[in-house]
Ligand binder design. Structure first.
Ligand SMILES: Nc1ncnc2c1ncn2[C@@H]1O[C@H](COP(=O)(O)OP(=O)(O)OP(=O)(O)O)[C@@H](O)[C@H]1O
Ligand SMILES: [Mg+2]
Length: 283
């Protein structure tokens, strides 16, 4: 069975017809981008990073975003986080217009960005301190996440005493501490070796299923995108547009090795590789 494209650039027009508020009983998308464009203007240059981007993400859905370098993937995540303002179009989180930095999201960056002088646990609890969450509750949640990510026994380790994969797990725990309904991840496993990356993929998939968080993951790995996501958004080179959205169609329970051997996995990866052409960096 070949993967089913569910969106084409010409589908953007349809979004304009969607009413501002969902009808009673219907669920608002966790994330909605409607005809979004981003332009960066300076004296030196004028760059259109994104244009005509429309995307609805259902609560609890896992969406991966792939595309060539510079096509606006990080820009798209920053829009959702409220760290950047769209030049045109609308960005909504749970039906609410994003007007500034959002606190109801988790953000994981390419580098773990841990504070070197704080232990793993204290790096995780930083999230609680910033948000002034009740200490006992935050500690209980941190312990739960530490168990979930296999960091038990390393609570007091400093970042330099942890492997790259463990540091990313600490960053993931920190991003999940306040139970954000939306988790944004920008190439979180790019710096890891292939084996650790595989383990992190399996762990992230399990954590996503356990927490029910909506995830937007930017990655350069087509295999990672297809293994993890419900849908994969393929972007075109700059100015970034959505070239196609692929419904992966794999079962929710995904054993890593077994998934790699499945026809749906091979079809989706081959199709995406074809869309991205030779510019695709894949493992
Ligand atoms: N703050 C900014 N000011 C000016 N231009 C910017 C800014 N942020 C991004 N850009 C430009 O917007 C375009 C998209 O950048 P973005 O970082 O979103 O790409 P990307 O898809 O994440 O690339 P990569 O895969 O290399 O991380 C690039 O041409 C970049 O130069
Ligand atoms: Mg980027």
């Amino acid at each position: 069975m070949s993967p089913t494209p569910t969106h084409r650039p010409d589908g953007a027009k349809m979004t304009q017809l969607v009413k501002d508020r969902a009808p009673d009983g219907a669920q608002e998308p966790a994330v909605r981008l409607a005809d979004v464009a981003v332009r960066f203007r300076s004296k030196k240059r004028d760059v259109t990073a994104l244009t005509d981007v429309s995307l609805d993400v259902t609560p609890g859905e896992f969406v991966a975003i792939v595309g060539p370098s510079g096509c606006g993937k990080s820009t798209l995540l920053k829009l959702v986080a409220g760290l950047l303002k769209a030049s045109a179009g609308q960005v909504r989180l749970h039906g609410e217009q994003v007007a500034g930095p959002r606190h109801d999201i988790g953000y994981v960056f390419q580098r773990a960005a841990l504070l070197e002088w704080r232990s793993a646990l204290k790096n995780i609890l930083l999230q609680a301190e910033i948000r002034k969450l009740p200490a006992a509750e935050a500690r209980a949640r941190a312990d739960e996440l530490i168990r979930m990510t296999g960091l038990t026994g390393f609570e007091d380790a400093l970042p330099h005493e942890l492997s790259g994969g463990m540091q990313q797990r600490v960053a993931l725990c920190r991003a999940l501490l306040h139970r954000p309904p939306v988790l944004l991840m920008d190439e979180p496993f790019g710096a890891l070796d292939a084996l650790t990356r595989e383990q992190m993929n399996v762990e992230l998939h399990r954590i996503w299923r356990e927490t029910g968080t909506t995830v937007l993951l930017v990655t350069h790995s087509i295999a990672e995108a297809v293994y993890l996501a419900d849908r994969v958004v393929v972007m075109s080179p700059r100015p970034g547009t959505i070239q196609e959205i692929i419904q992966v169609g794999l079962p929710a329970e995904r054993d890593y090795a077994e998934t790699m051997g499945r026809a749906e996995f091979r079809d989706a990866t081959t199709h995406i590789r074809g869309l991205l052409g030779t510019s695709a960096e894949d493992d």
